[in-house]
Design a binder for this molecule. Sequence first.
Ligand code: PEP
Length: 239
Amino acid sequence: MKKYIVANLKMNKNFDQFENYLENLNLKKNNNEIIICPSNIFLEKIYKRDLPISIGAQDVDHRVEGAATGSTSAAQIKNICDYTLVGHSERRETFSENNFMIGEKLLRCWENSITPILCVGENLEIRKSGIKNVENHLYSQITQSLNDNSKFEKLIIAYEPIWAIGTGLSASIKEVSEVSEMLKNKLLEISNIEISILYGGSVNLSNYKELLAVSSISGLLIGSASLDPKVFSEISNNS
Ligand code: PEP
């Protein structure tokens, strides 16, 4: 089955470094979909290259247009991007994005034929308080941002436990299986379209294969390890 391998480059690389990154990517065409999400200033640069990838943004504004200094709308990226991350924990934390604002972002994506990759995940305190609380937290992130909207056509969910992001401490295979199964069942209640679930959080060359082997996981969202074009190419080519 097709897997999604997504690179979240975050706020990394200057102009020359990004050029160098593209030069050193060595991606082979295979059945998987490779999605690269660079900073917005690089979207057009990557679009103009003939690479076997899809392009994603890291975020979009929740409004349609207008007085939103510094923001980018879904309509502005729609000709370049097929995907965008929405609700990444770094945005939820630093920019106080809540599920309702994230719900508006989802609507802007669907209005512009962009597939949102909705990031959800619990912090360490919730994880330590037991699986039932993890489940409740993830369900409320999903249901509050979907806001009873079950008419969407495309949605990908990325399960990214906050305690695993950028820490070098990936969730265990058991934890990833348990949560992804739970989410799969919940999503079946909400919508009759197939919603892929990705895992993100300290994915690297030593753990990507076993994470991808989890049957309810359809791909990976990779931060730090995607910054090295050789590492990202190796993961993408062998997934
Ligand atoms: C992320 O921030 O989406 C992420 C998965 O980061 P890392 O791979 O560095 O944990």
